[in-house]
Design a protein around this ligand. Sequence first.
Ligand code: T46
Length: 138
Amino acid sequence: MHNSVFPFKLLELSVRGDERGSLIALEALSAQIPFEIKRVYYIFGTCAGVTRGKHAHHRLEQVLIAVSGSCDILLDNGSARKTIRLDNPAQGLYLSGFLWREMSNFSPACVLMVLASEHYDEKDYVRDYGEFLRLAKK
Ligand code: T46
């Protein structure tokens, strides 16, 4: 699915399964990950009821994968909102545009792995929702 109003895509990741179990390999600049991976981080041990995120990025591209457990990703383009449930390690949520995002409803065992196109840079974040709305409507 690709949506120009909501710049995200749900990626189906190829699973290499055999009698021993499953393996997913992710390579940069492939159909699976359409950018050079400069950073990987993962979120785990999230306390019940917590909402994380609450920011937008100016230029960062990311793929979010719930490699264990599940969580909800709320996406907001400044005029509408959508919630995507991540509960499958063979599914990646590719975010490439100016979207406010919030992560919530983490299951206790959730590990949310994120592949990012840039090194960490606090200047790329918009953490104020009012500022986000102003920039999104430009
Ligand atoms: C995003 C969502 C999905 C670092 O030092 N390096 C890093 O690469 C990251 C991601 C974070 N940090 C520091 C900055 C904060 O002191 O770790 C602390 C927690 O980061 P933050 O509050 O931004 O975490 P989340 O879960 O709200 O958001 C993160 C990413 O920051 C963000 O880019 O899209 O996950």
